[in-house]
Design a protein around this ligand. Structure first.
Ligand SMILES: C[S@@+](CC[C@H](N)C(=O)[O-])C[C@H]1O[C@@H](n2cnc3c(N)ncnc32)[C@H](O)[C@@H]1O
Length: 283
């Protein structure tokens, strides 16, 4: 078994086979979306982090037809479910191109369409990440400004930590008193009710994509924001759990896991991704 807090270079299909079963508390994967493009970093930051690099970081994102994409993903997802712990969750990050195929595939991987399955998994949520900046389609269609993240779990006992939104102005007006410990409360029929926070988080997340000048930008194409991965990891794992990202790119999930005191393992087939992720985690 590879040690934790490490980034492995290789096809995740091979690397997952070296991991023990039922160890990962959370798996986040953000694989290529089958854009049929060669993805290239949009800034030259990669040169800053890879002093030896003379070309920007790139990776291929072309898998042929939807059935070809599904056939590629199936054995990798089966390998991921093998390493997912009993209380573990898997988050699959996708977009409009393949998400409808991925959803059916995940139902299958988690045995939701198999009445005979003795330990079927659970579909938890379809999360819409609305990012504002970045990818879009123009012309005779609406601008495309969201990704889809499917959340599946191995069992109904999956780890779940409620996250509340920031209280609205109306809630703050209602809970207008403050007690000795600085907590807001309201009085009703002689009883005191503490403000627990805003409404529980819903499944549409407005979080900005990484701005071109953001300090967290590592110069890797399709790098995701730390705020997104921080939220996912807080929601579905606890301190000390192992977070696994089998398509880790620049290592965003690993950086968020490290900051939140989780263990982590990243895998990527592209040596330049492994180099960038390793440098980010070393800092
Ligand atoms: C969308 S990027 C991940 C970006 C990452 N979430 C981030 O924030 O930087 C997808 C990554 O999957 C990697 N990849 C593609 N096929 C792979 C495979 N079979 N095994 C492991 N990594 C793979 C690519 O090299 C690329 O770095």
């Amino acid at each position: 078994m590879p040690s934790t807090n490490t980034v492995i270079c290789g096809d995740c299909l091979d690397s997952l086979a070296t991991l023990p079963a039922a160890e990962a508390g959370l798996i986040y994967l953000d694989p290529p979306f089958n854009t049929r493009l060669r993805r290239t970093a949009s800034t030259s930051r990669s040169v800053r982090h890879n002093r030896e690099a003379t070309t920007p970081a790139t990776y291929a994102d072309s898998f042929g037809s939807a059935p070809d994409y599904v056939a590629y993903m199936r054995p990798r997802l089966l390998a991921m479910r093998r390493v997912l712990s009993a209380k573990g969750s898997l988050f699959f990050h996708s977009d409009w191109r393949m998400s409808h195929h991925v959803r059916l595939l995940l139902d299958d991987i988690f045995d939701l369409s198999n009445d005979e399955a003795t330990t079927p998994g659970v579909f938890v949520n379809e999360i819409i990440w609305h990012y504002g900046l970045g990818a879009s389609r123009a012309g005779r269609s609406l601008l495309s400004k969201h990704d889809v993240i499917f959340w599946y779990a191995n069992s109904p006992e999956y780890t779940f930590n409620l996250i509340r939104q920031v209280p609205t102005a109306a809630m703050l007006r209602k809970y207008s008193h403050t007690d000795e410990q600085g907590r807001r409360y309201m009085n009703s029929y002689g009883k005191r009710y503490l403000l627990k926070g805003g409404k529980p988080l819903d499944d549409v997340w407005d979080l900005p994509a990484i701005a071109p000048t953001a300090s967290e930008r590592a110069g890797y194409p399709t790098q995701k924001p730390l705020a997104l991965l921080t939220r996912i990891i807080q929601l579905a794992s606890n301190e000390g759990d192992l977070v696994l990202d089998p398509f880790c790119g620049s290592g965003t999930a690993l950086v968020a896991a490290q900051r939140l005191n989780r263990k982590w393992i990243g895998i990527d087939a592209n040596p330049m991704a492994v180099e960038i992720a390793t440098q980010r985690l070393g800092r």
